[in-house]
Write a protein that binds this ligand. Structure first.
Ligand SMILES: NC(=O)c1ccc[n+]([C@@H]2O[C@H](COP(=O)([O-])OP(=O)(O)OC[C@H]3O[C@@H](n4cnc5c(N)ncnc54)[C@H](OP(=O)(O)O)[C@@H]3O)[C@@H](O)[C@H]2O)c1
Length: 295
């Protein structure tokens, strides 16, 4: 009988691409969605996709979602209680007797002492390693899609890409390549990737000026990089919750100092296709970076 694969966080950046990638391979996909209404979009992509409602604060919803599930792709949200959520998902997966958990982690999670974002992921990784469940860890660098999520409005309305990164180069990865790599793992025999941790990156480390140039080229309008001093970035986030502000500022700080520039060949090795470049990303998403026409 065909195996059923549960994707948590299925309406998010990586989850929605993974649901698509798995369904395109003809696999049985169960999309774990926070809200069934948001999940409808996934069903429109492919009517074979099953939808199941998950609220991480309600472990019983995880038990329902995991019943009859063979493999799980586990995405935890960027929230203050992400470690507790991750442990809850692992506990529920163990109770349901799943055959494999693939966890979306983050580049540098293994570093010691590392940064807070990595330590949260490492705590979840270790919990998974000790659970006795077969597992695989994916540790991607920063997503190219962040330029839409966090910078999209300023790019569209001002033609500016504000980042506190100086001249640093960063190994951004397209979330579609994370999804393609995850799909390759989830459709291979579990033993092939059991206990492995894969660092994932795009094909090149690029700076703010390179990203702005790619966006300018793709949209046909001028987008310029603005190097924001770290102190100004901290001020701009003054009202944000401390856990969020401090963890992002810390990530930007190490990136500015050149610690997010390493590259990995794993996307191409596991998918057979080269990882997408920033130019390809900008081209594929150009409409979403276009300024809304004046009314
Ligand atoms: N962004 C990066 O550059 C980057 C780099 C490396 C690693 N990561 C890691 O990637 C993960 C995030 O992945 P992503 O960006 O694909 O996620 P995302 O787009 O932020 O989506 C999060 C998903 O989780 C769902 N969700 C949130 N709270 C929930 C709850 N209480 N119960 C059930 N579902 C809930 C959301 O549904 P709703 O929207 O309906 O609430 C959404 O589908 C994090 O662990 C982050 O550390 C990110």
């Amino acid at each position: 009988m065909a195996q059923t694969i549960l994707v948590t966080g299925a309406t998010g950046t990586v989850g929605s691409e993974l649901v698509k990638a798995l369904a395109n391979r003809g696999l049985v996909v169960r999309a774990g969605v926070h809200s069934l209404i948001k999940g409808e979009r996934l069903k429109q992509l492919n009517p074979e996709v099953q939808l199941v409602e998950i609220e991480y604060a309600r472990p019983e919803s995880l038990h329902v979602a995991l019943t009859g599930t063979d493999r799980v792709f586990m995405i935890t949200p960027f929230s203050e209680d992400q470690v507790a959520i991750g442990k809850r998902i692992i506990d529920a997966a163990k109770q349901a007797g799943v055959q494999q958990v693939v966890k979306l982690s983050a580049a540098g999670a293994e570093a010691e002492p590392g940064i807070q974002l990595g330590r949260w992921h490492r705590e979840m990784e270790q919990y998974l390693e000790q659970s006795g469940l077969p597992y695989t860890l994916l540790r991607p660098g920063s997503f190219m899609q962040n330029f839409l999520t966090y910078n999209g409005e300023a790019i569209r309305t001002e033609g500016k890409l504000y980042l506190p990164l100086g001249e640093a180069k960063v190994n951004y990865i397209d979330a579609r390549d994370i999804a393609a790599t995850a799909a390759a793992i989830l459709s291979s025999p579990v033993a092939e990737h059991q206990g492995k941790a894969y660092f994932l990156s795009g094909p090149a480390a690029v700076g703010g000026t390179d990203v702005a140039a790619a966006l300018s080229q793709a949209t046909g309008r001028s987008v310029s990089y603005v190097d924001v001093p770290e102190q100004a970035a901290a001020q701009a986030m003054a009202q944000a919750p401390a856990w969020l502000r401090d963890s992002l500022l810390e990530l930007n700080h190490i990136s500015k100092n050149g610690h997010a520039a390493g590259l990995s060949p794993v996307v191409e090795q596991l998918t057979g296709c080269p990882a997408r470049s920033i130019e390809q990303f900008a081209k594929d998403y150009r409409q979403q970076f276009q300024a809304a026409p004046a009314t």
